[in-house]
Design a protein around this ligand. Sequence first.
Ligand SMILES: O=C(O)c1cc(=O)[nH]c(=O)n1[C@@H]1O[C@H](COP(=O)(O)O)[C@@H](O)[C@H]1O
Length: 245
Amino acid sequence: MSVLSRVEAASKIMVALDKPDAAAALALADRLQGSGIWVKVGMELFFAAGPSIVRELKSRGFRIFLDLKMHDIPNTVRGGARSITRLGVDLFNVHGAGGLAMMRAAAEGVREAVEAGGAQQAPIVIAVTQLTSTSQFVLNEQIGIAGSIEQAVVRYAGLAKEAGLQGVVASPLEVAAIKAACGTGFITVTPGIRPKGSDAGDQTRITTPSEAVGIGTDYLVIGRPITAANDPATALDNILKEMTE
Ligand SMILES: O=C(O)c1cc(=O)[nH]c(=O)n1[C@@H]1O[C@H](COP(=O)(O)O)[C@@H](O)[C@H]1O
């Protein structure tokens, strides 16, 4: 495997701006600006700051993953996808657990918004498989799905592909199986990234940044190891160094 350049490594990182308001998120983003990373806007920030946070981050040059994990009946998700597409994000997710019709509706919503002329670009749409906080025990004994985590993830990935979505969210530990089942071009976006020595917190299926790169994931979603650090820019820098070694 060829060694990544710093620019290539940065373009694979999506920093989760899990902050309570726009001011806190923008202060953090400003410390990371110019590095070439993506940012992820999730529920905490979007529910507090609303669509304007997307425009603020876009105007600062960031590519944006809007993580609202839509999971509803197909008609509702189609409408949600239309609205998200008009916001101008680069990538968003829906929940794979909504099934084939729901995921197809998300893809249709994107097409409808683009065809109606209300959007500059079609965002990439991906499906959440099994959350990276979910363990084998939780899958089998609480949720009640039999089989391995990997089997459950690959099943969602296959459905997402069939629905016309471009990729999935999963842990780096399942990337090889996803690529084997859905092709190398099928995008893997992987949270559950923990540099050596950092706290796993609520994540159960984790790897280090360099392990994730070695496995061949496309994007590394990283929150607290950067955002909760005393110096987020240095924390990002250390991760980039690890990824390019
Ligand atoms: O869709 C996601 O982004 C997501 C899916 C998943 O399975 N696990 C997961 O952690 N995430 C998100 O990825 C980020 C991980 O953050 P940290 O655990 O702080 O690195 C959070 O914003 C989560 O909402």
